[in-house]
Unconditional design. Structure first.
Length: 194
């Protein structure tokens, strides 16, 4: 692997996403740092949400660039999912710490992510394809939308008496479990076919 392959645009975007994750985490759990400087709390939420959206959008661009310009590298295959998990899990943990996300929902999401990451490691060792499924991609988008609503505190918007941000969080939990189950079934089927 040459330096040109390692230091390409997709890998740099993934690395920027990794750097954005702890910054976003810090902003969410220490809003008083900004409010003590005279910045209204709403602007703190806006900034944290903007940072999350911009960082999340790099996931689409790094994948698109890597596929279009044949810049897929082993480092990129490691960095991309790591960056996604650091960003989403970091956001969920920060929101849970602040009391804005259900601890049970966050627990379920983290356990699923850790389990599937372990399963992916076994799959790679067995030579089984570990490409993300459509359900996995939809799950990631659902998690990101839920996080955006939770950061912005849009729970005040209610539909049929149920907070929108809470509904989106539990929808993301459902999709997280569904895509995890789909991945497990695919893994077992591939294992039997070997």
């Amino acid at each position: 692997m040459t330096n040109n392959q390692v230091f390409n645009i997709p890998n740099i975007l993934a690395f920027l996403r990794i750097l954005a994750a702890p910054l976003m985490f810090w902003i969410i759990i220490t809003p008083e740092f900004f409010t003590e400087q005279g910045i209204h709390i709403t602007w703190v939420y806006y900034f944290a949400s903007l940072l999350f959206v911009v960082a999340s959008s790099t996931d689409f661009f790094d994948g698109y660039i890597a596929r279009t310009f044949n810049q897929i590298t082993l480092l990129g295959k490691i960095l991309d999912p790591l960056a996604d998990k650091m960003l989403t899990i970091g956001a969920f943990l920060a929101l849970m710490v602040m009391g804005d996300a259900s601890p049970w929902a966050v627990y379920i999401i983290i356990v699923r992510e850790l389990f599937i990451t372990g399963l992916r490691t076994v799959a790679v060792a067995e030579g089984i394809d570990v490409s993300a499924s459509m359900a996995g991609k939809v799950k990631t988008v659902a998690q990101m939308i839920a996080i955006g609503f939770l950061i912005m505190h849009w729970g005040l918007i209610e539909y049929v008496g149920f907070a929108v941000d809470n509904a989106l969080l539990w929808w993301a939990v459902f999709l997280t479990l569904y895509s995890g189950g789909e991945y497990i079934m695919g893994f077992v089927k591939a294992l039997k076919g070997k």
